[in-house]
Design a protein. Structure first.
Lengths: 184, 184
DNA sequence: CCAGAGTGAGACACAAACGTCTCATCTGCG
DNA sequence: CGCAGATGAGACGTTTGTGTCTCACTCTGG
């Protein structure tokens, strides 16, 4: 059952995002199964890592879908994306930390696809005048992902309340840290 | 000689920030020395990692010093900090990715010290009205570090030009991604 | 109650990385 | 030239994680 697989993968993320070198033993215990069963589901460590990455990318992809990032104003689209992606921030944190994943061409291609959608969103926003043009769309895309990953880590470590996370992300990314006098 | 040690550590960062599980063999080759000599300088892998972390924290600490983050307006202080920390962004990226480092109480204490200085900067900025108060000083501190680490990765992978990095970081963090109509 | 599938616990061999050692080579200096 | 110190190359044993296997147990459906 795919549900079972996914639940194991979610447990794996909880461990791996904190300690990428965690033993399979530890991951199995975190998932509430034995190492033997873990091996029955995933052929080996490499496959497990790859599946976790693939899950993260699928989640990110559906987040882009449900947020309808290609529709409406770029700012509203980004705010929708923030709301949609925050629940899966831990998976994104894993994706950000596991550069080794991108050695796999399949994973890499999938990532390029999603990244292109995000870059396109920023490019569109720049063309319609809502996003600043002094900052490249590539950097905006990268920084956005960095902050999502940061949210994932911070929430997981208990340094940030989950309820605040979407607000904190959107506000900082869009408006910055500087307080500005009310400009009506 | 400490200089020699540091040059090895810098080479180690170049490898480890990309692939934290890199073999000592690889690190030694990147540093231009043999595995035997690497073992002569550092007792083992654990010690090496710890020393890299300590170097990163020392650099971050001196960046806080040379930026004089406790002096002048909080915004100007942060801009100085950005300029001072960007050259060592790769080391910060390593610090961000290696959560395991903070198991060592010495490293952890040193980190707490630096983090407290950054949080104090944001707190001061909030009190003097330059930083937004809707975002907690803790989150601002965390997000700032996330972006510094992101800069480190992006520059290392060639996705961001080093010359742009300080500007990109300061502008996005302080003013956000949204373009705003000129507000004189 | 029984049969069968699925699971957990443990044993075992294998591979890889690590830490240590030895020895040949190179370099700088008297 | 000769010597001392440092380095590189390589071999060796050890440790650790992994992958595979077996066996006993449990749970479910007939």
């Amino acid at each position: 059952m795919a549900t079972d697989r996914d639940s194991v993968l979610e447990a794996a993320v909880g461990v791996l995002s904190r300690r990428p070198t965690a033993h399979l033993d530890e991951i199995a215990r975190a998932a509430g199964i034995s190492r033997a069963t873990l091996h029955r589901i995933f052929p080996g460590r490499e496959a497990l890592i790859r599946e976790v990455g693939a899950l993260g990318l699928r989640r990110f992809s559906t987040a882009l879908d449900v947020a309808q990032v290609e529709q409406g104003s770029a700012e509203a689209a980004l705010r929708r994306l923030v709301d949609a992606v925050v629940p899966d921030a831990a998976l994104c944190a894993f994706l950000a930390g596991e550069n080794q994943l991108y050695d796999d061409p399949e994973i890499n291609d999938l990532w390029e696809l999603q990244d292109a959608r995000v870059r396109a969103l920023f490019l569109r926003g720049q063309q319609e005048g809502t996003f600043r043009v002094e900052l490249s769309a590539g950097w905006l895309s990268e920084a956005f992902f960095d902050l999502v990953a940061g949210i994932g880590w911070a929430v997981q470590e208990g340094r940030l309340a989950p309820r605040e996370s979407a607000f904190s992300l959107a506000e900082l990314f869009l408006d910055g840290a500087l307080r500005r006098p009310d400009t009506p």
